[in-house]
Design a protein around this ligand. Structure first.
Ligand code: AMP
Length: 395
């Protein structure tokens, strides 16, 4: 079934309630300001289209952080309301809470146009997919729009349960549409060769996506701490590197399924005895006792780059090392540059790899930089997300 998008919707004179992913990073101290506005910036085309199409009211909703069902000023959407008002050049009224406390009355005032509901996760009903909470939200709009790709893998009230109340009146926003189009190209019709690069910290977090990628790709490059359980499973030593027994068992199983030899592992490493160290090259596959592998080494960068250069489709998720530290960022940055230089279809799948792509200064050279880490991995694994399916079919 096709995803209906807001460009197809008649919004004239309608009240629109729209879910976004305004879960932006904030400074740790007061006054809390937004340190990266990308998620809001990417939502602006959808917001502008809703207003241009003549919606009478626009009710915006989002979560921010993990307040765990409690009111907590640390996670207020106030900085988001302020930024939106500045960008849109109109008043954006922040409510006291997502439901009740006069929201309905506020929406009946003729001068009210754009309202941002306070953090959905202040209410325990959001994460529990409570239908009573979803129904209250649904009363604020005639039309529902979901543009929160980063939350579409969650069965939460504002992305999932709410669809119960908008049969044939629910639409995807422009960002959600773009995300789904890009990711579905990867799983449905990737131009070959297709190379995926998976890094990060834990095999168990990404095991299901790795299994799916093994079917889709020609080559699977594994770097970062993710590689050590695979190297250990093959008999190498990993010193004090991040590597759990559970992950070694999972890696062993994946390697046993790799009859076509698609998996390529690091050949060398940047190691250090402490996280504060400068790092040195370890030319051997095995890492000495008392040392940690903290980045891929220069031979590995070269080998990974050779595979990436000939790819026509590239998917990247997870850094190649402890890239937050300058001493161990070189592998990740080099891989980001090589992918950026590839003129094929290149996708970065959310999370830390997106920060790394930005850090490389070349994020605009990727075909698509996904806003959802967990959501993009789950979409690759399953080819669908609960929030997107509910939008298409209703509940
Ligand atoms: P993930 O969320 O699974 O993509 O993991 C990202 C995190 O893994 C980042 O904070 C990286 O610093 C960390 N990471 C990647 N490689 C290593 C490594 N070799 N040692 C320690 N941490 C690593």
């Amino acid at each position: 079934m096709l995803l209906k998008t807001i460009d197809q919707a008649d919004l004239k004179g309608k009240r629109v309630i729209a879910r976004f992913d305004f879960n932006v990073p904030l400074t740790k101290t007061e006054p809390r300001t937004i340190t990266d506005t990308s998620r809001i910036d990417l939502a602006l085309p959808t917001i502008r289209m809703i207003l241009e199409k003549g919606a009478s009211k626009l009710v915006l909703m989002s979560h921010l952080g993990r307040p765990d069902g409690q009111v907590n000023a640390k996670y207020s959407l106030a900085p988001v309301a302020e930024y939106l008002a500045e960008k849109l050049g109109i008043d954006v009224i922040l409510t006291e809470s997502a439901v009740d406390n006069g929201v309905k009355e506020l929406l009946t005032l003729p001068e009210t146009k754009v309202v941002l509901l306070e953090n959905l996760r202040y209410n325990p009903g959001e994460e529990k997919n409570d239908l009573e909470f979803a129904e209250k939200l649904s009363q604020y709009g005639d039309i529902y729009v979901n543009d929160a790709f980063g939350a579409a893998h969650r069965k939460h009230a504002s992305v999932y349960g709410i669809n119960t109340f908008f049969k044939n009146r629910a639409y995807a926003g422009l960002l959600l549409k773009k995300e789904i189009e890009s990711l579905s190209t990867l799983i449905e019709k990737p131009t070959k060769p297709f190379v995926a690069i998976i890094g990060g910290a834990k095999v168990s977090d990404k095991i299901k996506t790795i299994e799916k990628l093994m079917v889709l790709v020609d080559t699977l490059l594994i770097g970062g701490a993710m590689a050590y359980p695979f190297l250990k499973a093959k008999g190498a030593t990993v010193g004090n590197s991040l590597c759990s027994d559970e992950d070694v068992a999972l890696a062993k199983n994946i390697l046993s399924q790799d009859r076509a030899g698609k998996i390529i592992l690091p050949k060398d490493h940047i190691i250090s005895a402490t996280l504060e160290g400068k790092g040195e090259v370890c030319h051997s596959l095995s890492i000495p006792a008392d040392f940690m592998g903290l980045d891929i080494g220069p031979e590995t960068v070269k080998s990974f780059a050779d595979h990436i250069k000939v790819a026509r489709t590239v998917f990247w998720n997870g850094p190649m090392g402890l890239f937050e530290s300058e001493s161990f960022a070189k592998g990740t940055m080099s891989i980001a540059h090589v992918i950026a230089a590839n003129t094929g279809f290149t996708v970065v799948g959310g999370g830390d790899s997106v920060s790394a792509a930005h850090q490389s200064g070349e994020a605009d050279k990727f075909t698509h930089v996904s806003t959802g880490g967990g959501a993009s991995l789950e979409y690759i694994e399953k080819g669908e997300l609960p929030g997107v399916l509910a939008l298409k079919t209703g509940l």
